[in-house]
Design a protein around this ligand. Sequence first.
Ligand code: IPE
Ligand code: IPE
Ligand code: MG
Length: 247
Amino acid sequence: MKNQLDKNNIPQHIAVIMDGNGRWAQKKGAMRIFGHRNAMTAVRESIEGAAELGVKFITLYAFSTENWSRPKEEIEALMELLVQAIKDEVPTMMKNNIRLSTIGDVDSLPDKCRQHLEWSKNETKNNTGLTVVLALSYSGRWEITEAVKEIVKKVGQGSLDIDHIDPRLIGEHLNTSGMPDPELLIRTSGELRISNFMLWQLAYTELYFTEVLWPDFRKEHLHEAILAFQKRERRFGKTGTQIKHKC
Ligand code: IPE
Ligand code: IPE
Ligand code: MG
């Protein structure tokens, strides 16, 4: 599968909605948290797979604003796993020149999580290979709301002219400022929805859905998704003929 990929058409930015941990565990007659615990192999494989292909950014939706409504025990277990994973992965990230970054309301995370995240981001900040972006306590509507507040504040203070507000300026006020929009979104577990993820940035992203539950996701699934992406014609509002003749 990997050999079939066009090396000149690898997405710069891949976004992933890692879904299906609970169902994976339940199918095995285990508690939902068992699924979360078994999600790390999939995370590692997708990061490694992306790095091998020269992908620049991979954004992993790990915890949504809405996920705060889950049972308290599940949230606590997820946060604990997060701390552990960050700790465990920093040496590998250093070895592979990987930078860690986050989007979302990181301040709302438990202190211990926040501290580990800050430490790991700082350790890896000079790495120049793949950037792994963890979306934590993130949602598209939250992010856009924060951007609106920031922009309105600047207009109020007189440091921003209302006529200078355009899509580029809005993009610069989002958490993803400086990153290219994802070209490819992968969602596992067969759910066909966006669940409040990167609402602004996904405007022209190619969407790829797979039945595979996240803990079963491996490099070959990533390759399959990229292959499907490479077969799409991205038209950006133009006609197919215009795209073929590059005009
Ligand atoms: C995705 O798996 C992980 C998180 C949202 C944290 P789920 O926990 O949503 O698993 P399902 O969708 O219930 O199977
Ligand atoms: C989306 O999955 C959030 C993450 C993967 C972190 P959910 O499982 O929370 O989404 P819904 O509730 O099924 O839409
Ligand atoms: Mg889910």
